[in-house]
Design a protein around this ligand. Structure first.
Ligand SMILES: NC(=O)c1ccc[n+]([C@@H]2O[C@H](COP(=O)([O-])OP(=O)(O)OC[C@H]3O[C@@H](n4cnc5c(N)ncnc54)[C@H](O)[C@@H]3O)[C@@H](O)[C@H]2O)c1
Ligand SMILES: O=C(O)[C@H](O)[C@H](O)COP(=O)(O)O
Length: 373
């Protein structure tokens, strides 16, 4: 079996070598010719899997994307061609939620505005939005949720319409898929009209897809002096982003919100299990076999540790300002994709074992730290 895998996908050889020969490709520059005689294609989010890419795919029987988002894949085409498909739902949901928590704590410190007592809006309450809501509630934050689809399905009673939510919150975080048309379209969900109506002092976080916010309209608004705290991980037209917007963003990063070691590796593992199912073999390999021990494994809290110290613990594991600095220092020389490829190791909160009193550990456990005795 011939397996073609994105060069930025970790652990492919470890998981897939038993199935056949693994060859790597450059995600943005895969040519139709490279798919001749290939059985399995494993992508990340930058490869557009469409009819022109598959024009010479004479043997392809499985396509997998080790990502949550599937807007780069023509899934209808795969179905029509009888090619099995799998994505990796939820694989990096924890990583994205931790990115948002890190950003909110950093802003809270810099703006001298405690997080506890703030109202945060979450737009899109799927795997990431739900995970984030749980963590925020553990921090005594009021959470407003907006997800009209789940509401219509009877799965979210407390849905708040987007325009009302934007008026009521201190910060809003977007976790919707990119939907280009239809009643629930998210392309330019934040269009010029909605952006212009935002209240001063609002924090706007986007770690979903860049196209959810009209970037040019946002730039124009910021150039006119709008008072918004912007946290942007995703951009329209990646990798050729609107660089003049960077001057107006508090924390900017190169579409890495989901890029913990665990998040990326889980994506690969989920595709491994999908292929095992397809081939009717038992998948016996596990993430724990491959992930390295983190640099800091445990910490003990003193009785003086209070809620205010939670931010320090969060930033010990991941501080979004590290990634903001990397982008600002290096984008011009290295370029967007190279910064993504060489992203420094980031681990999830669960890799830190925290020892302390029962009361201290309660909210830390809900934030995702390892508090097991
Ligand atoms: N920045 C990153 O690194 C990164 C990482 C992972 C995922 N993502 C993006 O985040 C998106 C969400 O991920 P998820 O795992 O939570 O997906 P999910 O499918 O579990 O949840 C998405 C939710 O959004 C809701 N939704 C759809 N249209 C909506 C609308 N118009 N308004 C409000 N809600 C709407 C859906 O009903 C669903 O509940 C992914 O599709 C992907 O594009 C980005
Ligand atoms: O949808 C996703 O899962 C994320 O956007 C994903 O983490 C993007 O990262 P990439 O696949 O481009 O490395």
């Amino acid at each position: 079996m011939k397996i073609l895998a994105d060069q930025n996908m970790p652990l492919v050889e470890q998981y897939f070598a038993d199935f056949g020969e693994v060859t790597r490709f450059d995600g943005r520059n895969l040519s139709p010719q490279e798919l001749v005689d290939v059985d399995v294609l494993l992508t990340r989010s930058v490869t557009k899997v469409n009819s022109s890419l598959l024009a010479q795919a004479n043997k392809l029987s499985f396509v997998g994307t080790a990502t949550i988002g599937v807007d780069h894949i023509d899934t209808q085409l795969l179905e029509n061609k009888g090619i099995a498909f799998s994505s990796a739902p939820g694989c990096n949901a924890i990583a994205v939620a931790e990115y948002v928590i890190s950003s909110l704590f950093a802003l809270s410190q810099e703006n001298a505005k405690p997080l506890s007592g703030q109202t945060i809006g979450i737009v899109g309450v799927g795997n990431i939005g739900s995970c984030l809501a749980k963590k925020l509630k553990a921090l005594n934050v009021d959470v407003l949720l907006c997800d009209p689809i789940k509401h219509e399905q009877g799965l979210l009673a407390e849905h708040v319409a987007l325009d009302e939510l934007l008026e009521r919150v201190d910060a809003v975080s977007f976790h919707v898929p990119l939907i280009k048309s239809g009643e629930h379209k998210t392309l330019h969900l934040m269009d010029e009209k909605r952006l212009s109506a935002l209240k001063p002092g609002l924090t706007v976080i986007n770690a979903s897809r860049g196209e959810v916010i009209n970037n040019q309209a946002l730039l124009t608004l910021m150039e006119q002096g709008a008072d918004l705290d912007l946290v942007l991980d995703v951009w329209e037209n990646e990798p050729n982003i609107l660089t003049s917007l960077l001057d107006h963003v508090r924390y900017a990063s190169v579409h890495i919100a989901g890029h913990t070691l665990e998040g990326k590796a889980r994506g690969t593992q989920m595709l491994y299990h999908a292929l095992c199912n397809l081939k009717e073999v038992t998948g016996e390999k596990s993430l724990a076999d491959f992930l390295p021990t983190p640099a800091i494994t445990s910490i003990t809290l003193e009785p003086s540790f209070t809620e205010a110290d939670i931010a320090r613990l969060v930033h010990l594991i991941y501080d979004v300002r590290r990634d903001d600095g990397i982008l600002l220092r290096n984008l011009a020389n290295d370029g967007f994709d190279s910064l993504r490829k060489n992203y420094p190791v980031r681990r999830e909160f669960s890799t830190l074992k925290v020892h302390g009193s029962k009361e201290q550990l309660n909210s830390l456990a809900q934030l995702g730290f390892n508090t097991a005795n």
